[in-house]
Design a protein around this ligand. Sequence first.
Ligand code: SAM
Length: 383
Amino acid sequence: MKTCHKIYFTNAQHLTDLPSESIDLIVTSPPYPMIDMWDQIFCGLNPQISETLQQHKGVEAFEQMHAQLDMVWAEAYRVLKHGAFACINIGDATRRLGDNFQLYPNHMRIMAQMLRLGMSCLPLIVWRKQTNAPNKFMGSGTLPAGAYVTLEHEYILIFRKGGKREFKSPDQKKMRRASAFFWEERNLWFSDVWMDLKGTRQELAFDARHRSRSAAFPLELPMRLIHMYSAKGDCILDPFLGMGTTMIAAMIAARNCIGYEMDPSFRDPLYERLLKSADAGKAYVNKRLDQHAKFMSERSKIKGPPKYTNIHYQFPVISRQETELLLNELVSIDKDGVDSFKATYLDTPQALFSEAGTHQFANDDNARKTSKTAHRFRQMTLD
Ligand SMILES: C[S@@+](CC[C@H](N)C(=O)[O-])C[C@H]1O[C@@H](n2cnc3c(N)ncnc32)[C@H](O)[C@@H]1O
């Protein structure tokens, strides 16, 4: 199996290379209106914004910045297939302009625009980002009526174009079943507050200079959303690609991906990052299998042996829907022409028997004999 990944270094307000109804899922994070670090981008798109800020007209600047994002959302709506999802990570902003300190509710403004475009709003996720910074409380300290609540969360807004996606052909149904996630992952991922996304940035090669400039989100964020809202072989779009975290997640999850990024100076560090991500892919697959083994082991101690067995791995699973789940191990990521990459996968789970592998199938005699960690999975899950 192979997937393709293409980057366009141009403004996503015009997705002219993409036909209408060609995208299965959007996962993205735009520049945040009214957060200083993104002023330059918005002022570049509309120089009037600079004057508005200088005149301390906060609400007007907020609107002008969102008018720029609206153009991207309109294109996003056009290119999405019927039944496809869009997941947008956004934080609200607080800012003092002149004497006025106030909240600029970016998430609310984007939701309103998506509704206007005809998208259905679905329950959203609050991404809790607790900070212990000593200066986190703003305003009048311990005296009343002049202190402000600290913003310690962002949002993942979830939209769908039209009604439920249909998987009609036998092949589409098979791919959907192979793209299932574990029951215990479902319980965590579909909770409306995500608290545990810390620490995942370190999994990827990432020069600190580029991290702060791009405001990249942790790999786990697009990873989850891609598994939740798309099937293997789908095409994912990130119109604000930055350092390509969505594209890396798509590569690891065996989905195709298209990214738009306006700033061409990202090209070299982005490509370096993409080409170094195959190991992160292997680690991610192993981590999911390890976590599943641990979960099943603990659960079966309390609840007894589970009812279902996964046909590829011969390990126990909780529900019938997980019986055909298959994680495609990423073997390599290679350049495939100008601004294009291809990712190559093993189609079977055999690689898990490799020397470094930590898993094995209970029904593979050879693997039982040769693997250093023989029977580990079986012991963990069935003892
Ligand atoms: C918040 S960052 C995205 C970070 C990304 N999620 C990651 O993990 O690296 C937003 C990116 O969008 C880019 N950008 C802003 N406006 C754009 C536009 N109209 N078209 C394309 N890219 C744009 C910025 O240069 C920036 O790299």
